[in-house]
Design a protein around this ligand. Structure first.
Ligand SMILES: [Zn+2]
Length: 271
């Protein structure tokens, strides 16, 4: 970044690519120590010193709703000089768009199939025993909405001086078959970790998904879920392990966990 955020006298933040991890940085460091034949410090000390001595060097968080492939292809089209280059760039973009369309069609098909199968069943009035019915196509979508502030005006009138609105997190869990959407409103005092930073992490997401599947599930054997293609929230080993655990102890026979292409996800849940 060109300068430090206003109100902070620190050095300007330097962002490492979002695919970097602290572990990877430590491996690089170890390698260079070995090459220079000097002693090196262990991973934990490395992290602590990094945090203490150069807090302005950060790993960029994966941005949602920005598609790198689209951005690069668009740039490729703009930068192309010869006709051949232009055609090549344009066809790469077309191929990518077609792939994302295919992925979106899978999502739409899941929703339609689920609606067709569960038509007329109505919302379960009390929790259904897991894996007890013959439903094949229960389909759920889940996602965090953008943070809300209370009081909430979609068109904020004028600046708000001296007041801090109350932050509320909104987690949506949608049963696409009925269809019905359950919204979890999480007050700022109910979040996890410092400044509520952990609320989008795997602990919170797994707890919410588990609650929703237990309370609102249809007792189906095969569950299909669509989630946002977001590394920190949904695309991690903990959530995958949770789904494995569900099938291992017989809460489901099969779980299909699907994602649309990052930056191209369009779900009814966001509406
Ligand atoms: Zn794209």
């Amino acid at each position: 970044m060109p300068a430090a955020p206003r109100g902070r006298a620190n050095d300007a933040p330097v962002f490492l690519h979002s695919s970097t991890t602290k572990m990877k940085m430590h491996k690089l460091y170890e390698k260079s120590c070995n090459e220079a034949a000097t002693k090196c410090i262990k991973y934990r000390t490395f992290c602590r010193l990094w945090h203490e001595l150069c807090p302005n060097i950060k790993i960029a968080t994966p941005q949602e709703d920005v598609c790198v492939t689209c951005e690069m292809s668009r740039k490729g089209v703009a930068d192309a000089t010869t006709d051949d280059e232009k055609l090549a760039a344009a066809s790469a973009l077309e191929k990518h768009i077609n792939a994302t369309r295919k992925e979106h069609k899978v999502y739409k098909d899941c929703v339609t199939t689920a609606m067709d199968e569960l038509r007329g069943t109505g919302r379960p009035t009390e929790p259904v025993e897991p894996c007890s019915t013959d439903f094949q196509h229960a389909h759920y979508t889940f996602d965090f909405a953008q943070n809300l502030c209370l009081p909430h005006h979609s068109r904020q009138m004028g600046p708000m001086y001296f007041v801090t609105p109350r932050k509320v997190h909104l987690f949506g869990f949608r049963d696409d078959a009925l269809p019905i959407q359950y919204n979890f409103l999480i007050d700022e005092a109910e979040t996890m970790m410092q400044d509520g930073g952990g609320i989008h992490g795997p602990d919170a997401v797994i707890s919410l998904v588990d609650y929703a599947l237990t309370e609102f599930g249809h007792g189906e054997r095969v569950t299909t879920l669509h989630a946002d293609n977001c590394g920190g929230q949904n695309k991690n080993r903990y959530l995958l392990a949770y789904f494995c655990w569900r099938t291992m102890i017989g809460l489901n026979e099969e779980i299909r966990y699907l994602m649309q292409v990052a930056g191209h996800a369009r779900c009814i849940i966001d509406a």
